[in-house]
Design a protein around this ligand. Structure first.
Ligand code: SAM
Ligand code: SF4
Ligand code: SF4
Length: 367
């Protein structure tokens, strides 16, 4: 069936979704043009943040004059829950709450409670995870666990106060994030994963120190190549430290053995210390693109569906939601958008002669 195109209307215009109000058999799974199913949904619950990581929300751009979304533009929890149900019916198995900084969203535990009871088409519980900078995690870990959160990923780009401040442009103590990680482990949000974005000349000197710190801790430390998401971080290829080089540095101190992926399409390459001190991972988004297995969709804070981290624009789902359309319309809208998806930016990055000028910012759609 050929997809129906929704006309782009001036904002405030009532769109006509009747063409989408037709029965269709999506059979619980939809495939894009590259035969990739829709499996994961990342939900951004705020575009605000209490840090100003230079690679994500540089302070000179995200300053007092920056216009964050007004409250009325944010999807409320009922709207997120309803969309999540539709996505799950189309094959989504995992939900990840992100942002901006998701723990800044008031009552985020209530959203998690609503999502944690949802089931996949196969009748299994939907897995709920959250990515946070960890600043508020010590305070919130228990209530998040009680609400039904299964796992948490904490971003931490350095252990020394100097490096942490340089990367996250903040006076918050790195120790606060470490407390958050310890509390998350203590309440059973395990295994806690820690993400370190590595930027050449900025924090690469702490790679081995980070590895050392989290050995024997049960935390899975993952090193992420610095990516050219958005348009505000002034990304340059020479600032990327390739995953191979990261692994070489660690292996020079602690021999490593590769481990099989947990599931098909896992983005992190898994390694374990040969001496049994635990596991690490590398996410080589730049040097070893994994677009061919990318099953992720992203829902922005204001309800737009993005089918790639590097997309220019998303499909507005808030307008139909607020026009009280049926689930059938929402399902068909999402299925059509996914059905025409051909995104593979990371595979094509090197072919692009000039960088796209309107890529969406990560703090808005979530990492
Ligand atoms: N504020 C939360 C946090 O930092 O964990 C959640 C949102 S943040 C956008 C999600 C993830 O994206 C973080 O792990 C962050 O390090 C990563 N990220 C942001 N900008 C990035 C970039 N330019 N390259 C690689 N990773 C990036
Ligand atoms: Fe905030 Fe996370 Fe972006 Fe850092 S990476 S500025 S913590 S949203
Ligand atoms: Fe997925 Fe787009 Fe990233 Fe490729 S570039 S892995 S399609 S989000």
């Amino acid at each position: 069936m050929s997809p129906i195109t929704i006309p782009i209307l001036p904002s405030g215009t009532i769109a006509d979704y009747r063409a989408f109000d037709v029965p269709r058999d999506h059979a619980g799974e939809i495939l894009d043009t590259l035969q990739r199913p829709l499996r994961d949904l990342r939900i951004s619950v705020t575009d605000r943040c209490n840090l100003r990581c230079t690679y994500c929300m540089p302070r000179e751009i995200y300053d007092e004059s920056h216009h964050f979304l007004p409250r009325a533009d944010l999807l409320n929890f009922e709207e997120i829950e309803r969309l999540a149900q539709v996505f799950i019916r189309l094959g989504v198995q995992k939900l990840r709450i992100t942002g901006g900084e998701p723990l800044l969203r008031k009552g985020v535990e209530h959203l998690i409670e609503k999502l944690a009871v949802l089931q996949t088409n196969e009748g299994k519980p939907v897995e709920i995870a959250l990515t946070t900078n960890g600043v508020l995690l010590a305070k919130k870990a228990q209530s998040l666990k009680d609400a039904g959160l299964a796992r948490v990923t904490v971003s931490l780009d350095g252990l020394s106060q100097e490096t942490f401040r340089l990367m996250s442009d903040t006076d918050v103590a790195a120790e606060t994030v470490l407390d958050g990680i310890a509390t998350a482990q203590a309440v059973g949000l395990a295994p806690v994963k820690v993400n370190m974005v590595v930027k050449r000349g900025a924090n690469e000197h702490e790679i081995v120190q980070m590895a050392e710190h989290f050995r024997h801790s049960g935390v899975v430390l993952r090193f992420i190549e610095y990516m050219d998401v958005g348009c505000s971080n002034g990304w340059r290829m020479d600032e990327v430290v390739p995953a191979r080089a990261i692994l070489d540095r660690i292996a020079a101190h602690y021999p490593l053995q590769q481990v099989d992926p947990n599931y098909h399409g896992e983005v992190a390459e898994r390694w374990r210390y040969a001496d049994g001190a635990g596991e690490i991972g590398v996410i080589a988004s730049v040097t070893q693109a994994f677009c061919h297995e990318c099953t992720r969709a992203r829902l922005s804070t204001d309800g737009k569906l993005y089918t790639c981290l590097f997309a220019g624009d998303g499909l507005d789902l808030r307008a139909p939601l607020r026009q009280q359309v049926s689930d059938r319309v929402l399902t068909n809208l999402i299925a059509d958008q996914w059905g025409r998806r051909a995104d593979r930016y990371s595979l094509q990055r090197h072919l692009l002669t000039s960088y796209m000028q309107n890529k969406v910012e990560m703090s808005y759609i979530g990492g």
